[in-house]
Design a protein around this ligand. Sequence first.
Ligand code: PMP
Length: 423
Amino acid sequence: DQSVCAPLPVLGRDVTVPLVTGGEVTYAALDYAASAPALQRVWDDVAAYAPYYGSVHRGAGYLSQLSTDLFENARKAVAEFLGCRADDQVIFTRSTTDSLNLLARAIPADCQVFVFETEHHASLLPWQDARVTYLNAPRTPQQAVRTLERALADRDPYGPALVCVTGASNVTGELWPVRELAAAAHAHGARIVLDAAQLAPHHPVDIHDLDVDWVAFSGHKLYAPFGCGVLAGRADWLRAAEPYLAGGGASRKVTRRQDGAVDVEWHESAARHEAGSPNVIGAYSIASACKALTEAGWDGLVAREQHLIAKVRAGFAEVPEVKILSLFGDDAPRVGVISFVVEGWNSSHFAAALSAEYGIGVRDGLFCAHPLVRTLLGSDPQTQGECGAPEAAPGEKSLNAIRVSFGAGTPDEHVDRFVTAVG
Ligand code: PMP
């Protein structure tokens, strides 16, 4: 297929691992949904910058000024990547988890929050201190919209409200109807934050086009190294909130009062929530990844991923014991994230065998989305272990699943090897 682009060069593509059967094989990293390998281009950009590394903001030296420019330009690059509106803020955080916790601290005190039970724990749990309504798992995208509309129609119409929703599930890879959910939220006077941790590495995310109020994502899933994430979107709630962390960088003016107390004026810019010395390399590498993906071209990247998904689907169709987990149907539009169980197999053993016998790295467990995986497996939450891989008794349903996930750096051979191994 002409439109399918070549895999982008990533770190670790030549790493070999030993097999239990003897010999060794190149490692097939098929756990992109957890962390994707960094793009070679990102690594090269970071290496080129490293000698010029300096502390940002008020350093007077040349290297400090250069680093400050790179840090602020990284913000602009991310704003461009996300199609931010002119008055949106881009805050560098540690991760998606950090971004959503930051937003949870910044929402107005009387805010009502609406979140589907199917969310990753990072978007399910930060709202515990708010008035939160957990919505039941929908079985179609249309049902998701209807469920949200009904819940919003019942809410206190005068208070602030926030909807938190994933763009693509980290378990099923299914795409959620973000534009429609955003329209429903706004029609009822609510705001919406998009957890784009799994969407952004696989699809263009345009904040303006989707009409969402905030977007959160993680660098380490977007082909950049660990330790940096993004929260981008509307400035008003962020400006009005107490700083996420109190400290230097977030404060504009600190004075000692006559009575001995200390007064603080906080910044109103993104710096308000970025106290301490920021992760310049992390921000720089996210910006580099954003540029690399844009330059590679989304059409080719998406076509490549769909081509790999088709290979997995075709392979699975030959193996009746394999059951794909999906909310919206096995053929629903998805990114390169597929969870499944294999009848007669303990999922942990299956994943371990893929590693030991084929050098394939996948993941097994409940994927930090316990309510969703339990719904998909049709198993009773009361009788299960907390996370990881609880053992199913003989004849019982699987208590956990296997997840294969891939992206811009995945060569066909990795997916072919996986399909052969499963078969
Ligand atoms: N949301 C989703 C949909 C995710 O898949 C993940 C990571 N698995 C997160 C949030 C949390 O991301 P991080 O661990 O980088 O904070």
